[in-house]
Design a protein around this ligand. Structure first.
Ligand code: PMP
Length: 418
């Protein structure tokens, strides 16, 4: 079992944090910033393999964040790395794409039921913002409807209202509604003007930070689809977090609802930088008309990696593997908490689990628990959903559960039983 460094000890991580703060604002930023997490979490890492990562001090952790989604088949998947390395050796950033761009577009159009075309970019924000741009170009409408609390990236239209650097104009064309509440979508349409809505943007499930995960209600998904059809707006499904983990065909296929546009990134190339916007024929001309590009958007190695990722995922029936392992993890967590007399809620699809403590409204107990998990060699998060990858086999899950059991024990010691 790993023994994590304790606070105050001279470690490589502490040394790097100290140096970083001098040359990087805050020492780190963005979603991988360890500052909101207990000190027991490392900030800097040295390597990853399969379902494990090693921090800068060489401590090994079973990884349930998977780089916050991108790692789908385990770190350093041999076939994916070989495909990427082969293309990188031949040339990555060229004067145009390789044939892999066409093959990847064909594969995605074939696989994702609503899609007739594909465009590629780098990050999730690129894909969701490109979707909004195309929806506006195609409809001639301005407004975008977004569920309050949903995350779609750091562009002005989607970033947090009032966050530093935002202006009152940043969200001029963004109107909010409540997830799974059709009446609130209707109210947002009325507020925006029914003839001025370019897109309604939704994640396939409600996976906002600081709350238990919540599936989309089927009637809600159908209702939003019907509203989009009625007012001539595009339905943009943000499959960036769920894509390739829940359903190869697109994450709302389970509801029988097909979006006009879907945004993908994270797991698409098992850690290589790639995003995709997929669209239906009705949006093709809009997509042709917009100005959309980036220096690295057409890099070939990530596209080779994506082809290898999707091939491998299908060959091993990876979604089912993650579902089975995730279910074992979720059941084990609930059992372990109960055995310590602790009341918890385990939520989320098994491939993207989450756990919260009853009555822990500020997630402080979850935070202490996650820190205890990190110290025992399990990397998961107190207020953001976790991720499984296909390398989480039964042995790894059971080993993680054993380590986590100690963390529940530490919580019982500190707070008592419920
Ligand atoms: N949409 C969703 C649902 C996401 O989870 C994320 C990233 N967490 C994004 C968009 C933005 O992706 P990126 O960070 O790659 O820009």
């Amino acid at each position: 079992m790993s023994t994590m460094p304790t606070e105050g000890r001279a470690t490589a991580d502490a040394g790097l944090r100290e140096r970083a703060v001098r040359v990087i604002p805050g020492g780190m930023y963005g979603h991988l910033d360890a500052a909101p997490l207990p000190q027991k979490f490392p900030q800097f890492f040295s390597r990853g393999e399969g379902c494990r990562v090693w921090d800068a001090d060489g401590n090994e952790l079973i990884d349930f964040m998977c780089s916050w989604g991108p790692i789908l088949l385990g770190h350093k998947h041999p076939e994916v790395e070989a495909a990427a390395a082969r293309q990188a050796a031949a040339g990555d950033v060229l004067n145009g794409p390789t044939k892999d761009m066409v093959e990847l577009a064909e594969l995605l159009v074939d696989q994702v039921t609503h899609a007739d075309w594909a465009m590629f970019a780098k990050n999730g924000t690129d894909a969701t913002s490109l979707g909004v741009l195309i929806a506006r170009a195609a409809t001639g409408h301005r407004r975008v409807l977004v569920a309050r609390g949903s995350y779609h990236g750091i562009a002005d239209w989607s970033a947090r209202v009032g966050a530093p650097g935002m202006t009152p104009e940043s969200h001029l064309n963004t109107v909010f509604f409540e997830y799974n509440d059709l009446a609130s979508v209707e109210a947002a349409v009325a507020q925006a003007g029914a003839d001025d809505v370019a897109a309604i943007v939704l994640t396939p499930i409600r996976h906002d930070v600081y709350r238990d995960l919540e599936p989309a209600q089927t009637e809600f998904a159908h209702g939003v689809r019907a509203i989009c059809d009625r007012i001539g707006a595009a339905l943009l499904l943000d499959d960036i977090r769920c894509g390739l983990r829940l359903d190869l065909r697109g994450s709302w296929e389970v509801h029988g609802v097909r979006p006009d546009l879907s945004a993908w990134s994270k797991s698409l190339a098992n850690g290589h930088a790639l995003a995709a916007l997929l669209g239906a024929d009705a949006l093709r001309e809009g997509a042709r008309s917009v100005i959309a590009t980036g220096s690295f958007w057409f890099a070939s190695a990530p596209m080779a990696a994506a082809l290898a990722t999707i091939d491998a995922l299908k060959a091993m029936d990876g979604i089912e593997l993650m579902r089975v392992s995730g279910e074992r993890f979720q059941e084990g967590l609930a059992r372990s908490a109960q055995s310590h007399g602790l009341s918890v809620t385990v939520s989320g699809p098994p491939q993207m689990p989450f756990l919260s403590f009853e009555g822990d409204s500020d997630f402080s107990r979850a935070s202490v628990w996650a820190g205890e998990c990190a110290q025992r060699g399990v990397y998961l998060h107190p207020f953001h959903n976790w991720f499984l990858n296909t390398a989480h086999d039964t042995a790894a899950i059971d080993e993680a559960l054993e380590r986590v059991d100690g963390a529940f024990g530490a919580i019982r010691e500190r707070y008592g039983t419920d």
